[in-house]
Design a protein around this ligand. Structure first.
Ligand code: FMN
Length: 216
């Protein structure tokens, strides 16, 4: 297990099969694992939507129509690319965070949806499939959210693309733990990693507003 965790990584879509992927039984296993995550107050603040087979095309056309309305001058090539969005993998599972009224703080419910998304990836990886957790433009579009049946309590946590790997991906850089970890001692500054990692992604001058869930 530790070896698995220390070597896991996402599979870029170009290295993922759109024809070979999980069966219904395997999806059942993957979703059972996804639903087995820490969740304060047992409110199950997430739900899953599976896109497979021709439904991937239909869903792609649905978001393609929305895109065409938003960008009437979009080139035909771009539109057909959007319509093929979900054809890039054998299976796409949408994890939606749904905030429950009598639950834990919203932040915690959202974190639980992240945990569900990640467990979903790990379970699919453990069965042998590649995964990629994406939130592209359609995750942040209110018309798309509505078209997929989401309401104001729902937010896409991610679209998890799943398929057999056609090639093993190369690894990418991993953080230096010393830059982001502190063994606490009173008055010792924390290693927060602010001068580390990708530059230009610091604290915005006007502060953060977590209620704005949109693409930055
Ligand atoms: C919530 C979330 C959304 C993401 N959305 C995208 C995305 O839209 N496009 C992208 O290239 N990577 C996205 N990623 C990153 C990939 O899922 C993946 O983590 C990344 O390629 C790093 O690979 P690794 O999982 O091997 O570390 C997202 C990750 C998270 C957690």
């Amino acid at each position: 297990m530790i070896d698995f965790l220390l070597n896991r990584r996402s599979t870029p879509l170009k290295l993922m099969s759109s024809e070979n992927g999980p069966s219904r039984d395997e999806i059942n296993t993957i979703l059972t694992a996804a639903a087995r995550v820490p969740d304060h107050n047992k409110v199950f603040p997430w739900h899953f939507t599976v896109l497979q087979g021709e439904q991937r095309r239909e869903a792609g056309h649905m978001i393609g129509d929305i895109y065409a309305t938003k960008f009437p001058d979009a080139p035909t090539e771009k539109l057909s690319q959007v319509r093929d969005t979900f054809m890039r993998a054998h299976t796409v599972i949408i994890v939606t965070s749904r905030i429950r009224e009598a639950g834990a703080p919203i932040w915690e419910q959202a974190l639980s949806a992240g945990a569900a998304s990640y467990n979903l990836c790990l379970a699919a990886n453990a069965i042998g499939y590649g995964t990629n957790w994406l939130t592209e433009w359609y995750c942040f579009d209110d018309t798309v959210k509505k078209a997929f049946g989401l309401d104001e309590r729902d937010h896409f946590a991610g679209f998890i693309y799943i398929g057999a790997q056609t090639e093993k991906p190369e690894d990418r850089d991993r953080p230096d733990l010393n830059a982001i970890t502190t063994f606490w001692e009173k008055d010792k500054p924390l290693n927060k990693g602010d001068d580390y990692g990708r530059k230009g992604r610091g604290y915005p001058e006007d502060g953060f507003d977590f209620s704005k869930i949109k693409r930055g």
